[in-house]
Design a binder for this molecule. Structure first.
Ligand SMILES: [Zn+2]
Length: 103
């Protein structure tokens, strides 16, 4: 089966997390890099990028899963901001109502 590079994870932890996400969607991924790399002896394993590969025919589906994952990351990074449930607009933390739809 042909595999295509989907995503470069920052570390093993992220790679296995994404592999798990893909598994839930019945996509079998392969991980390359991480502790398989040669010559990383002096670096902690978790700072080595891990390439995540998926079968070519599952690539588009996998991309959507990654996009969702990255969106969630962004939301977690900006805890000061909040997402409007009605229009999905992102608001600054000090706004009590959504500036877009007044919800
Ligand atoms: Zn809104």
């Amino acid at each position: 089966m042909n595999y295509q590079l989907l995503y470069k994870a920052a570390n093993n932890h992220e790679a296995y997390f994404i592999k798990g996400l893909l598994n839930k969607n019945l996509i079998k991924s392969q991980l390359l890099g991480g502790n398989l790399s040669i010559g990383i002896g002096e670096l902690p394993v978790d700072v080595v990028q891990v390439n995540i590969l998926v079968p070519k025919n599952k690539y588009d589906e996998s991309k959507k899963i990654i996009a969702n994952y990255e969106n969630n990351l962004k939301l977690n990074d900006n805890l000061e901001e909040w997402l409007c449930e009605k229009c999905e607009n992102v608001n600054p933390f000090n706004f009590e109502i959504c500036w877009n739809c007044n919800n």
